[in-house]
Design a protein around this ligand. Structure first.
Ligand SMILES: Nc1ncnc2c1ncn2[C@@H]1O[C@H](COP(=O)(O)OP(=O)(O)OP(=O)(O)O)[C@@H](O)[C@H]1O
Length: 275
């Protein structure tokens, strides 16, 4: 566990993680702890491995090496229990498909529906679905999109689409929210709304972890910051991690990393033990 969160409850604990695409290592020797019930921002340049880290946490990508625990247990257990919600940076959603806002947000409940006891599933649909419908309703209310519930998702603006994707993650009622650039490409009112929603989630005891390039926003709202560029470059309080000096160091690490990548062969025979 990293020293700055040693006295706090930990939601996600990562040990010695390596991740690679076609054996090109993009995350190296990651040791990281995300404090529970706090709002963490992950900050790093383009290509730093931020989304890759989320892919590993959500289980869509297998780590080369290392372990990831959530609340002291293997993270897979929490994923299966629907306790980790994820909002991707680029959604694999077919926006032109004629599906409504309501049904899209209901997608956040599928993990829970699968776990429903058989007797519950045999109830008439309106009873079976009641608590799922309630969760969808609440999530749409939270992002101020309830009145758009019946609209096809293809008819929404970019900011509204982001809100719907956030609502889908909220509807899951998970204890950990992973959000990949939730503020990218949204107008100021949507940004304010999303930030207010995330603040409420944190106040409700949820662990919020978001990738962001919005430094002023992160300085104002988050509790904890992780600087990353293939390696962890720093973790700590926003005022320390987002200082001009730290961000300059991170930018230099990016230039150095690019130069090193150009000089070295693709890591076709890479082994972390050699690294
Ligand atoms: N599917 C893929 N196949 C091969 N390489 C990939 C793939 N996805 C990402 N990469 C590479 O892995 C590295 C890390 O990418 P990642 O998307 O995790 O970075 P990021 O920090 O999220 O960047 P950004 O801020 O631009 O979204 C980059 O060099 C990228 O080119």
């Amino acid at each position: 566990m990293t020293t700055d969160v040693v006295n706090q409850a930990v939601a996600i604990d990562i040990h010695g993680l390596y991740a690679a695409y076609q054996r090109q290592v993009v995350l190296e020797n990651i040791h990281l702890a995300f404090p529970a019930g706090k709002w963490t921002a992950i900050v790093g340049p383009n290509g730093a491995g931020k989304s890759t880290l989320f892919h590993v946490l959500t289980g869509s990508m297998k780590a080369l090496e290392g372990s990831v625990n959530a609340f002291g247990e293997p993270i897979a257990r929490h994923r299966r229990a629907g306790q980790i919600a994820y909002m991707a940076q680029r959604e694999a959603i077919e926006w032109d498909f004629p599906v409504s806002v309501w049904d899209t947000v209901m997608g956040g409940r599928y993990g829970h529906m699968r776990k429903d006891a058989l007797w519950r599933r045999l109830l008439p649909a309106r009873w079976h679905h009641a608590r799922h419908a309630e969760a969808v309703h609440e999530a749409l209310m939270a992002v101020d999109m309830r009145e758009h519930a019946a609209r096809p998702i293809g008819a929404l603006s970019g900011g509204q689409k982001k809100r719907v994707l956030l609502a889908r993650a909220l509807a899951q009622q998970a204890s950990i929210l992973l959000l990949d650039e939730p503020l990218a490409g949204v107008d100021p009112p949507s940004e304010q709304l999303i930030l207010a929603v995330l603040r409420r989630e944190r106040e409700a005891g949820k662990t919020v972890i978001m990738v962001t390039h919005d430094m002023p926003g992160a300085r104002r709202y988050v509790d904890h910051v992780v600087l990353i560029n293939r390696f962890i470059r720093g973790t700590g309080a926003p005022d320390d991690m987002l200082s001009e000096a730290k961000l300059a160091e991170l930018a230099v690490s990016s230039i150095e990393q690019t130069a090193t990548d150009r000089q070295t062969r693709p890591a076709a025979s890479y082994s972390p033990a050699q690294g």
